[in-house]
Design a protein around this ligand. Structure first.
Ligand code: ADP
Length: 477
């Protein structure tokens, strides 16, 4: 039986800041069904709810070398929803009020990467493959090939590195190389960790993993170009024989409008007219006029990646239409202010919910007709997939995973599950929104589109099979 250990900085239900945690909590479930013994290792953060933490079982303690430091390492274990999670315990690094943003992320995740390798001999499980996710765990691939390659225990271990978002790379001052990683200046080269006179953790994954993946086929191509490559496109072109794109899925039991307890009326694609009742519920809840009008939703981190500058540019034109707009998100002040302003000026059309609220998010997916996500770039995107599952037709820019999951409606063949445009251009987006709205009152057609959307396969089934193929390939590397 193939054994895989996921290493990641966050995972549902223990700690989450973004889509990565959803992947870590759901892809392993599908891999288990394919007969892979997959387990997860992550930091034991102070913010993990005590309902879980109090039940963690202590397995071992060991020492983690970090240049001149000898740090404490604790290993704990917890079974959750059929999955085995391991946790690295070190209160100095992880017992804080949140996950990131403390200014010493380089040291914390260098520690975590080293601790994962040091913990391996203490696990009740010896993996064939370490599957490392994002820059926080990229150094595992580097350390394995440089500091551990002569130790027999580690010699057959293979690594797969997944880029969830190339924008975040873990770039630190160069002194980190000797003072924290504890390696020599021979690794301060373009082919190794050097990056514009600094140390780049992500390069530890790109340069040293046996195989590399990212979270959609289109993003895998895009990041090899200067526009999307975040100054690593050259290296990614060089590594293109190792780089594959595999789209993410969503957890189909968790995101299921027929079973979702947050909805006023559950529904499935066979009775999707019940969506109307969820819309009425949402309009009432958000103090919008209760009537039959197209309702557009935005649920996102309010950052420029999500295409909010396009929306800012034509917001008045969008609101000149007979529509309602619901925004749920938090993020940069200027975008929060934009939507607060819109809600004040268009009280019968706009509701701005500047907060993070999982239950409300689901009610908005269920109660909206259209889901706007015109991202500047989007490695995969979960929002549009949840929207499809809940029958809210996505309007997206054709980039990354948005391009790979949303098929634009073709009025001649009736095919499609949403609407899309190519260029990062506000008026192209506006035109696409207006085109989508023009079909709204054609109820038969709209119902067909909603059914198309809800029947789109965004599950983990196919992606998990693709990962399995790569794991098998990696064992031959
Ligand atoms: P990213 O990981 O870049 O933030 P994704 O689309 O991959 O974007 O994942 C975002 C996830 O977070 C989606 O499941 C979305 O529904 C959820 N989400 C984003 N903002 C909020 C919010 N304010 N309240 C509740 N859920 C949110």
């Amino acid at each position: 039986m193939l054994k895989v250990l996921f290493a990641a900085s966050e995972g549902v239900p223990f700690a989450q800041t973004g889509g990565l945690a959803d992947v870590i909590g759901s892809l392993p479930k599908e891999l288990l069904k394919l007969g892979v013994d997959v387990r997860i290792i992550m930091p034991k953060y102070g913010i993990i709810p005590s309902v879980y933490k109090d039940q963690f079982q202590k397995l071992a303690t060991f020492t983690v070398p970090l240049a001149w430091r000898k740090q404490y390492g604790g290993l704990e274990k917890y079974e959750y929803a059929g999955l085995t999670f391991y946790f690295i315990d070190n209160e100095y690094y992880f017992k804080r009020g949140g996950l990131y943003g403390y200014g010493d992320e380089g040291e914390r995740y260098a520690y975590f990467s080293r601790a994962v390798l040091e913990a391996l001999p203490h696990l009740d499980f010896k993996p064939d493959i370490l599957h490392c996710h994002d820059w926080q765990t990229a150094l595992i691939c580097f350390f394995l090939k440089t500091l551990y390659h002569n130790i027999p225990f580690y010699q057959n271990l293979k690594t797969l590195f997944t880029i969830h978002n190339l924008k975040y790379q873990g770039v630190c001052p160069k002194v980190v190389l000797t003072d924290i990683l504890g390696v020599g200046w021979e690794y301060f080269t373009k082919d190794s960790l050097e990056f514009y006179d600094q140390v780049n953790f992500l390069k530890g994954g790109l340069g040293y993993a046996d195989l590399i993946t990212t979270v959609s086929k289109t993003y895998a191509e895009e990041i090899k170009t200067a526009y999307y490559g975040e100054q690593l496109d050259g290296l990614l072109r060089q590594k293109s024989d190792k780089l594959t794109g595999i789209i993410n899925g969503i957890d189909y039991t968790n995101f299921d409008p027929a079973m979702d307890e947050n909805l006023s009326v559950p529904y499935s694609w066979q009775n999707c007219t019940l969506k109307q009742q969820n819309k009425k519920f949402l309009q009432e809840k958000l103090n919008l006029p209760v009537r039959d009008v197209p309702l557009i939703a935005i649920i996102a981190r309010l950052v420029s990646q999500k295409g909010l500058d396009l929306i800012a540019c034509v917001l008045n034109e969008i609101l000149a239409q007979d529509v309602q707009l619901v925004i749920l998100g938090t993020g940069e002040y200027k975008y929060e202010e934009l939507f607060r302003w819109a809600a004040q000026h268009y009280p019968s059309k706009v509701s701005a919910q500047i907060t993070f609220n999982n239950s409300l998010a689901r009610q908005i997916y269920a109660g909206s007709d259209l889901f706007l996500m015109p991202s500047l770039f989007e490695p995969c995107g979960l929002g549009q997939m949840i929207a499809l599952r809940y029958g809210s037709l996505p309007i997206v820019r054709e980039t990354g995973g948005l391009k790979d999951t949303v098929r634009p409606f073709n009025e001649f063949t009736g095919e499609g599950n949403g609407f899309s445009f190519t260029n990062y251009n506000a008026h192209d987006m506006l035109y696409t929104i207006e085109r989508a709205l023009s079909f709204y009152y054609n109820k038969d057609l709209w119902c067909q589109l909603v059914q198309n959307a809800m029947q789109t396969d965004c599950s983990w089934q196919r992606p998990a099979q693709e990962y399995l193929k790569l794991y098998n390939l990696a064992t031959l590397a």
